[in-house]
Design a protein around this ligand. Structure first.
Ligand SMILES: O=C(O)Cc1cc(O)ccc1O
Ligand SMILES: [Fe+2]
Length: 455
């Protein structure tokens, strides 16, 4: 098992058609489904979009494998479902709570005991819609202390975008292996089987899951043809397979937010060659090329979108993945931190490392916050006071360094899991960070205004 990324080979690009052979000559030439495939392999198509999706958005991959995926015992429910289940795939009154309150959580320590692998360490925080209806999303977090062993995970519900915050993830997929470090993200599209090893031991992070669509690069509009995330920096694995007899190997399938298990006597990582445009990929966030204001005012954070999952309405995202990376702040006569605001979109934020520019205290690496639709939020009192009292310093260019925050932003309003609201990590005093914001108002004569107001 590789511990270093240099040992792994990747293919570059996002949305293009790729192909990879672990054994030369294993990929059929000129057709997908010959009567007998090279080397006696089985051909299997994995469709990520409906067969008839227009070509520009159609995604599928052909896998050439030692045995087809269908060769397994029946699926059985894996865990007690309903109330109390860790994972949610339908966000309704039975499973979750609606709250407009500003929410914040301190980071959860990764427990050393009991043993928890990625599957069992994954828990839903909030979400909207339904995986059955193919519209919505879920936001999960994970805290795991053990590599998956003798099992693979398959998410039938949607695509996972995983943001590791502590500990690298060595992810084996049907297309091959990827090593993903904090500061990188990885997307595992719906239906791919994968196994997560933890080369550094205890590990935690964030996951967004989207139902019914896939991530794509945002349009660049007037920015032009280059900038933000560049397609060539997205890396997909190269074919890798194992052949050994593996009695009792378990496939754990998330289906409608519930887990089901089926056994088989071989590894699902038995794909010798593949080709297609429906593939897992990773991306190093330090490759992101930020654009921003160069004279005055604070631009909207949409300019920092790495990937977007669209809805049918142009410009309205099911889920945007936005980052706040190191960059120069140069705006003149400008309040440079994020502005105070209320947003029709809902904002879930996490911190990978460092300090976030809007929060002097309390928002820590591995922690999270949620400001839902129209819930007011913005810089805490300390940040506001420090910024306006340093008005002179704010004239100079300032490099924001050693920080990496991100946001999952959605047009659908999230409902929150009860255990997230009741969690010991919940910061019940979060609202206090704004309570100290005082009035700086004075009328032209430096007097307090009359109760009738100023006219
Ligand atoms: O709320 C936040 O901290 C995220 C955010 C950042 C920003 O620079 C502008 C708007 C916004 O919602
Ligand atoms: Fe915001």
């Amino acid at each position: 098992m590789g511990g270093a990324d240099e040992e792994l080979r990747y293919l570059s690009g996002l949305g293009n058609t790729l192909s990879s052979e672990a054994v030369s000559g294993s990929l059929p030439v000129g057709q997908n489904s010959p009567l007998v495939c090279p080397l006696g392999l089985y051909a299997e198509q994995l469709s990520g979009t409906s067969f008839t999706t227009p070509r520009a958005h159609n995604q599928r991959t052909w896998l050439y494998r030692i045995k087809p995926s269908v060769t397994h015992e029946p699926f059985h429910p894996l865990q007690e479902q309903g109330k109390g289940a860790r994972l949610v795939g339908e966000f309704d009154r039975a499973t979750t709570v609606a709250t407009p309150t500003q929410l914040r959580w301190r980071p959860a320590e990764v427990p050393l005991d009991p043993p928890l692998d990625f599957i069992h360490g994954l828990y839903t925080i909030c979400g909207a819609g339904s995986s059955f209806l193919r519209h919505g999303y879920a936001i999960h977090m994970y805290a795991a202390n053990k590599s998956m062993d003798g099992c693979a995970f398959c998410n039938a519900d949607g695509d996972f975008l995983i943001v590791p915050q502590q500990g690298r993830l060595l992810i084996t997929t049907e297309c091959g292996k990827m090593l993903v470090s904090p500061g990188e993200i990885v997307v595992i599209p719906q239906g791919f089987r994968f196994a997560v090893d933890l080369p550094d031991g205890p590990s935690r992070g964030y996951v967004s899951e989207i139902f019914g669509t896939h991530f794509q690069l945002p349009d660049l509009g007037p920015i032009g043809a280059n900038g933000l995330a560049s397609p060539r920096d997205f890396l997909s694995p190269t074919a890798w397979f194992e052949q050994a007899h593996r009695p009792g190997y378990t496939i754990v399938q998330k289906y409608g937010g519930e887990l089901f298990a089926a056994t088989q006597d071989f590894s699902p990582f038995n794909v010798v060659a593949w080709h297609g445009n429906y593939v897992p990929y990773k991306y190093d966030l330090s490759r992101f090329c930020p654009f921003n204001t160069v004279l005055f005012d604070h631009g909207d954070p949409s300019v920092n979108t790495v990937l977007t999952a669209p809805t049918d309405k142009p410009g309205v995202a099911l889920l945007d993945f936005v980052i706040f990376p190191p960059r120069w702040l140069v705006a003149e006569n400008t309040f440079r931190p994020p502005y105070y605001h209320r947003n029709c979109m809902s904002e879930f934020m996490g911190l990978i490392h460092g300090i976030y520019e809007a929060k002097a205290d309390g928002f820590l690496p591995g922690g999270a916050s949620l400001h839902s639709c129209m819930t007011p939020h913005g810089p805490d009192t300390k940040t506001y006071e420090a910024t306006i009292s340093r008005a002179d310093a704010n004239k100079e260019p300032l490099r924001l360094s050693g920080t990496l925050a991100f946001m999952f932003e959605s047009s659908l309003i999230p409902r929150v899991c009860r255990w997230a609201l009741e969690s010991p990590c919940r910061d019940l005093d979060y609202y206090q960070c704004w309570i100290g914001l005082k009035s700086h108002f004075s009328d032209d004569n430096g007097k307090e205004p009359s109760a009738a107001g100023v006219n």
